[in-house]
Design a protein around this ligand. Sequence first.
Ligand code: ADP
Ligand code: MG
Length: 238
Amino acid sequence: EKLLGEIRRANRIFTWGENIPDIILRFGAEEGFEKSIIEKLKEANIEKPSPIQMQSIPLMMKRRNVLSSAPTGSGKTLAFALPVIDEILKLKNRSESAKNKLLAIILEPTRELANQTFSEFQKYSNGEIECCNFSGEDEEFEKAEILISTPNRIVFHLEKLDLSHLRWLVVDESDRLFEVVEGNEKCFRNQLAAIYKACEAKCTRTAFFSATFSQEVEKWCKENIDNIGMVCVGERNS
Ligand code: ADP
Ligand code: MG
């Protein structure tokens, strides 16, 4: 217990919120990871969690809403991809009825980032989850279990998406998606609000990830999201 607290401090992992779970120091079966994920991480030579992964992964594995910030290049993609994939693998193993249901949406501000995130999801899903790059060439989204997309495509197809089984809405680069553009009805902020509002299933959890810690996003999350766990790695720059 005390040791974990010290490791948290040494890695400059700051947390807010109630019942923040212990950090994890390994990607192992003991930490709850599916075998296929452990193997994929080994293949990629990824040996231990980065600081943002140490704290965000156990929060998401406990199905908490999260707000996470850590510098660019610190491993935020796997910090949300691994717990989302792990949960969906377990869900699909448990019940046949989870098959071809939309279980997670990952929002990215650009198609470029959506492409990168999509390939990570493909890799760690090990062919066992239907991942769809919605803002790429993928036109077929009816069978998708995980959709990776820019917000505009989701908003455009919102009525056609069945969100009643959605387990995760992940908003990557959330500081950018929160930007308000004066006079632009279609700005990210409005698109995000429309998507968030549509994701009202009881089983849906939300995870925000960004490089900078924004007080505006923090305030919005505290006011709108129950039982949120917040993590910040490094300097709180505001
Ligand atoms: P961010 O989204 O925080 O900017 P990325 O998720 O793009 O960062 O990760 C940056 C790089 O670090 C990627 O090449 C990724 O494969 C690598 N990486 C992620 N997690 C780890 C880890 N635990 N150990 C080593 N490398 C990692
Ligand atoms: Mg990133």
